[in-house]
Design a protein around this ligand. Structure first.
Ligand SMILES: [Zn+2]
Length: 125
């Protein structure tokens, strides 16, 4: 497969990780400007903001985890968590689907859209 997909939870988790990293980075830059009090304070607050945001993201992951479905990956046979109708295995990035009608279809994040297409229903008249 040419395109590489990764599990949504893994994606969010790495995003939260980089937020912490960015937060500490920004605070470290603040230390360079320790002679200029307001500039150092600005970087410190910004850095703490990043770390605070990542805490929120980690909390969000916790919330999302309660909505995931535990399945065994058919490709690597390890237990993985699925979020939404289509997701990727957390271990081998194998695209997975909950919907039989989407089986064999090209993996597409848009299948997770909360608004289903109603075009077919309109042709009843
Ligand atoms: Zn797998």
């Amino acid at each position: 497969m040419a395109l590489k997909y990764s599990s949504k939870i893994n994606k969010i988790r790495s995003f939260a990780f980089w937020l912490i990293f960015a937060g500490f980075g920004v605070m470290y830059i603040g230390l360079i400007f320790k002679d200029i009090a307001w500039l150092m304070a600005l970087f410190m607050i910004l850095g703490m903001g990043f770390i605070g945001l990542s805490t929120v993201v980690y909390f969000w992951i916790g919330m999302l985890s309660t909505r995931t479905i535990q399945i065994v990956c058919p490709s690597c046979e390890k237990p993985t968590k699925m979020l939404g109708r289509v997701d990727a295995c957390m271990h081998c990035d194998q695209p997975l689907t909950m919907d039989k009608s989407l089986e064999g279809e090209e993996f597409d994040e848009k299948y997770n859209s909360k608004r289903p297409k109603k075009r077919k229903a309109e042709h009843h008249t």
